[in-house]
Design a protein around this ligand. Structure first.
Ligand code: ZN
Ligand code: ZN
Length: 313
């Protein structure tokens, strides 16, 4: 199974500002010593030694995740602005006649904005299935794409459009099984767990983790325990979480606590706060690692979600 991150920002798209780009260039230039410029190899070494917040960016697109199953089926979760770039990449590789299931965690704007710009939806022969455990899936998805919000309705899309109201406990896509769990978020949201080839990935964006998720109940154990990857809402700092209680998002410290509690192998910090620049976000990842050490564990691997990040399980 492979997981690719196409949109990692929360709330709204957050492109780099001209000032931030200038700041990165200025900081890099200040670090250059004459020896760094001597050869191709020294230049490459210099670039490789730069901190990730200077030589790259977490990215500005809102939530969109691609999962490739072991039998090469595609599963998409959420249609934030990252869905457009995923569509561009898919059109280079896939012939018409492909199934594209898109699972939705919930319907806040930052999880829908890419839908009208998903290229494969405009190609005859493709099949797009919009799926969610919310019964309003068809009405809500159709309702976000019509005049005056967008020039045409979804009827203009050339692909075959289907809707799936997810009931029961799980569905299958190719070799993968997908389960869901209701999380605490204004209006509700669902986390998804994808299991394939003995590995598991949990995607729990837009979730305010509470005591409930820590309770040693069978439902929690079956969902969280020993997951290989937990991609979890960690929009806030600890301080912020006190002033934004009940906003529906989680502090990174709480995200680490939950991952440690359920013996998760890799935690990916997700749904980044639009006010935070790259430097702050990588600082949060360092603080999260420090917090983990304070809990007396070294087993957990902590990553920051970045556009283009690929995890192979
Ligand atoms: Zn969101
Ligand atoms: Zn939300």
């Amino acid at each position: 199974m492979k997981v690719v991150f196409w949109g990692v920002r929360g709330s709204l798209p957050t492109p780099l500002t001209p000032e931030q780009v200038r700041g990165k260039i200025a900081a890099v230039v200040q670090r250059i010593r004459p020896d760094d410029l001597q050869s191709q190899k020294s230049r490459e070494l210099f670039l490789a030694g730069l901190p990730p917040y200077l030589f790259g960016t977490t990215g500005g697109n809102t939530t969109c995740l691609e999962v490739r199953t072991d039998d090469d089926r595609i599963i998409i979760i959420d249609g934030g602005t990252g869905l457009r770039d995923l569509g561009v990449s898919l059109l280079k590789k896939r012939d018409p006649g492909t199934d594209f299931p898109i699972f939705f965690t919930h319907f806040h704007w930052d999880h829908l904005q890419g839908i009208p710009f998903f290229g494969p939806a405009w190609i005859k022969g493709n099949r797009i299935t919009f799926a969610s455990p919310f019964p309003s899936i068809e009405r809500t998805i159709r309702g976000q794409m019509k005049p005056p919000y967008f020039p045409v309705t979804m009827d203009a899309m050339q692909a075959e459009i289907r809707f799936a109201y997810l009931q029961g406990e799980s569905v299958r896509v190719g070799s993968a099984e997908i389960r869901w769990k209701r999380m605490n978020h204004p209006g509700g949201s669902f986390a998804y767990k994808i299991m394939d080839g003995g590995k598991s990935v949990i995607f729990a964006t837009d979730s305010e983790v509470t005591d409930r998720e820590f309770q040693q109940r069978e439902e929690n154990r079956a969902f969280f325990e020993s997951a290989d990857v937990l991609i979890l809402d960690s929009q806030y700092t600890l301080e912020e979480s006190f002033t934004k209680f009940d906003f529906g998002h989680t502090a990174y410290t709480m995200a680490v606590n939950l991952a440690v509690e359920w013996k998760v192998k890799t935690l990916v910090l997700f749904h980044h706060e639009p006010q935070y620049d790259d430097r702050k976000l990588f600082g949060i990842a360092r603080s999260a690692a420090w917090h983990k050490e304070q809990l007396g564990t070294s087993a957990l691997d902590i990553r920051t979600a970045q556009e283009g990040l690929e995890l192979t399980l």
